[in-house]
Design a protein around this ligand. Structure first.
Ligand code: TYD
Length: 216
């Protein structure tokens, strides 16, 4: 990344990874972080809900405690506000590349698509909490819900979202598709119903094509 001219605020890059549970994004995120660290001075890897002590507490509640859908929305946006203020905005101001495992597209997909929350309310909260901040690039790991369910069953015990049925995850997937349609310039869809090596090649290609991943 080019150093900012004197007097110009540093401009980092904000990259997010999205997809239904079982899409494999977390392992690709680690590979992407390693690839970026060889190319840019500072990479901050973080996640949502979470990324700060307070937001991690809220994550625990959202993932484990039963609650209605609007409460879920308010908690993930409260966590997001803290995360933006404490971690994401300062890192971007330093010129870092921020690599975040999920962000607001997940709220539109899970709470909007999956749980049926009013999208207009989500749009209002998004603008209130984020003040215009959006990812520069979003890699969307997309695959059929049935394939993702089979992968999840092979590796781990489910949390509150992962325990949902296939129909829920098809609605979440449709929620991501709707967001991708609204933000075509920042979304890159990665066909994740393929061997990990092929998916990884697409991930690195998308990063290489993005200015935030340019060599020093
Ligand atoms: P995930 O990112 O898959 O982490 P892990 O791989 O460690 O389980 O889990 C986070 C869960 O939170 C996931 O099921 C999606 C859900 N979630 C929402 O419902 N809304 C949101 O806004 C975010 C960020 C996540």
């Amino acid at each position: 990344m080019n150093p900012a001219a004197p007097g110009t605020p540093a401009r980092g890059r904000f990259l997010t990874f999205e997809g239904i549970d079982g899409a494999g994004k977390s392992s690709h995120l680690e590979a992407a972080a390693a690839w970026l660290r060889e190319r840019v001075p500072e990479v901050v890897v973080t996640r949502e809900p979470g990324g700060t002590p307070l937001a991690e507490l809220l994550r625990e509640a959202v993932l484990q405690r039963p609650m209605d859908a609007l409460t879920e929305v308010l908690l993930v946006f409260a966590a997001r506000r803290d995360h933006l203020q404490q971690v994401i905005e300062p890192a971007l101001a330093r010129g870092a590349v921020v690599l975040c495992d999920r962000f607001t597209d997940a709220t539109f997909a899970y709470q909007g698509g999956g749980r049926g929350c009013d999208t207009a309310q989500l749009v209002q909260l998004e603008s209130w909490v984020q003040q215009g901040r959006q990812p520069d690039l979003t890699l969307w790991f997309d695959l059929p819900a049935a394939v993702a369910a089979a992968r999840r069953a092979a590796v781990r015990a489910p949390d509150r979202f992962e325990a949902q049925d296939e129909a829920f995850f098809e609605r979440v997937r449709a929620g991501y598709a709707a967001r991708a349609g609204q933000w075509p310039q920042r979304f890159v869809r990665i066909d994740s119903d393929r061997p990990a090596v092929a998916v990884r090649a697409d991930v690195l290609e998308a990063l290489a094509a993005h200015p935030g991943a340019r060599s020093r």
